[in-house]
Every structure is written in structure tokens, then in C-alpha cells.
Design a protein around this ligand. Structure first.
Ligand code: OMP
Length: 275
């Protein structure tokens, strides 16, 4: 999916919501456990209930990898189901990969070729040759970690040399490798006020913003400091939506939670003159 197509979807659905499929067998409703593939059945129900309200889904690969071969199968079934039934939805592999070029090529092939993901999260620490193999697929995206939502972000990302912080260096340097048409950045919603500085370095790029919901980030603040004329945001919520209810009505409640965010997003885009 290219930049314009993503923007069109955002306008059409009046939404820049990404639902995180961080699916944990220990947290899903008990009645699903009798199914052959409870994780897939859970995801399918969440997707069917929310697809009209979202522009992206983000399965976090850790939640599948930890189950071995069975987990990979649940992941593959989930993403194939979404691509087949909701081909307009942007798919993010939240895998946080990145290695020497030869190895990154294999990671890229796994997620962008052998599975129908549109994008993958990548860690920038190993530099250019660890990132560029992910950029060689047409209409596929790298989502580079810039300023993360967690406490540990302060350990390295704010390291400063002269005027420039490390995450600012990541934003600046990586623009030599990719463009706003194939690279996005992760910026945590818990650090929303930093978005105005980030917009000075990357005014047009899409930003994936996790941390709304369970981590306490504010959608209003994210939009205030981070929204641009093309919206430029994909805001993720995982636990706040998918585990809002643990009864057989879980999908319905997930839809209500997604709808609340979508309606807020529509108002924010309207106020910005995007819709
Ligand atoms: O890359 C990410 O998506 C990510 C980056 C970051 O800085 N913080 C962050 O929470 N995430 C992911 O976003 C999701 C947030 O989940 P919830 O806190 O449940 O909404 C998880 O899958 C995290 O791994």
C-alpha cells in the first residue's frame, strides 16, 4: 500500500486507528479455549467486529512466536484472513527486527514476501545495512523505532551530542535510506509533547504511535502535537481494545472501544480540516 492509498483509507474510514493483536491465550475468553486454534478464532472475531473502524492491524510477533510452530500458524492464518477479507487494511508485523544485511534480508523475506504484511517494525541500532534490506519491496514499509513509549527509552534514546539527541539522529540519518513513501517512525504516545520536535525533523512521515489505552497516552495530545495535513498518524491500542471484556461478548465490547477512539479521531481530523 502506498502513502496516498493509506491517506485515502484514513479519510474514507475517518479513522487512523491501529488495533494491536497482542493475543495471549491466558487472557482470551474461556469459551474459546475449546476451539482448535483459539488465538485465530479470537483474532477473527476481533477483526470482524472492528475492521470497518480501523486502518491497520498490528500483530505483535512475540505473542505468536512464544507458541512455536502452532503460534506461527495462528499468525499466518490471521494475516491471510485479514488480507483476504479486508484487503484495504494496512498490516504491520511488529517484529522489531534488524541485523547484518545478509540476515535482515531473511527477516524481510519472512514478513514482507512469505507473509502478506505491508510493513515491519525495525530497530535502528545496527544502522543502514541492517535497515535497507527491508526497503527493497515496492509499496512495503519499514517502521523504524525512534522514540519508544517505555521507561527504558530514557536509557539511550535521549543521549545527547551537541544539540542533537540520539532519537533525533535516528530520524535525520534514516531519511538518507528511505523516504516518506516507504518509512514511518515509532513514537510513543506517552511522550506526545515530543511530537512537535519530531515534526520539525520529519514533517511528512507517517508515525506509528503506540501507548494509547493501557499505557495511558492521550489521543488528544498525540493529535495536537503530531497530526499533519495528511493526518500522518497511525495510533495503536492493543490491550485497551482486545481485552476490554472477557465474556462471550468480547468482540462487541472491542467494537465499542474502537468506535469511541474512531469517533474521537474523526473529530480531531475534522478540526484539522482533513476530512
Ligand atoms: O513498536 C511498537 O508497536 C511499540 C513501540 C513502543 O514504543 N511501545 C509499544 O508499546 N509498542 C507496542 O505497541 C503495543 C502496545 O500495546 P498496549 O499497551 O496493550 O496498547 C505492544 O505490542 C508494544 O509492543
Amino acid at each position: 500500500m502506498n502513502y496516498q492509498a493509506l491517506f485515502e483509507q484514513i479519510k474514507l474510514k475517518k479513522s487512523f486507528l491501529c488495533v494491536g493483536l497482542d493475543t495471549d491465550e491466558k487472557k482470551i475468553p474461556e469459551h474459546l479455549l475449546k476451539e482448535e486454534d483459539p488465538i485465530f478464532e479470537f483474532n477473527k472475531a476481533i477483526v470482524d467486529a472492528t475492521a470497518h473502524l480501523v486502518v491497520a492491524y498490528k500483530p505483535n510477533i512475540a505473542f505468536y512466536e512464544c507458541k512455536g510452530a502452532k503460534g506461527w500458524l495462528s499468525l499466518e492464518k490471521t494475516v491471510c484472513y485479514i488480507k483476504e477479507n479486508y484487503p484495504e487494511v494496512f498490516l504491520i508485523a511488529d517484529a522489531k527486527r534488524g541485523d547484518i544485511g545478509n540476515t535482515s534480508k531473511m527477516y524481510a523475506s519472512a514478513f514482507l514476501e512469505n507473509m502478506p504484511f505491508d510493513s515491519i517494525t525495525v530497530a535502528p541500532y545496527m544502522g543502514e545495512d541492517s535497515v535497507t534490506p527491508f526497503l527493497s519491496y515496492k509499496d512495503k514499509w519499514v517502521i523504524l523505532l525512534a522514540l519508544t513509549s517505555n521507561k527504558g527509552a530514557f536509557d539511550f534514546q535521549f543521549f545527547q551530542e551537541g544539540e542533537q539527541k540520539l532519537f533525533e539522529k535516528v530520524l535525520e540519518k534514516s531519511q538518507e535510506w528511505g523516504s516518506q513513501d516507504n518509512m514511518m517512525y515509532v513514537v510513543g504516545a506517552t511522550k506526545a509533547e515530543m511530537l512537535s520536535d519530531i515534526r520539525k525533523i520529519a514533517p511528512n512521515h507517517f508515525l506509528l504511535v503506540p501507548g494509547v489505552g493501557a499505557q495511558g497516552g492521550s489521543l488528544q495530545e498525540v493529535a495536537k502535537y503530531g497530526m499533519n495535513d495528511h493526518c500522518g498518524l497511525l495510533v495503536n491500542s492493543s490491550r485497551g481494545i482486545i481485552y476490554a471484556d472477557s465474556t462471550p461478548k468480547f468482540a462487541e465490547v472491542a467494537r465499542e472501544k474502537a468506535l469511541e477512539l474512531q469517533e474521537e479521531m474523526a473529530d480531531l481530523m475534522d478540526a484539522k480540516g482533513i476530512l
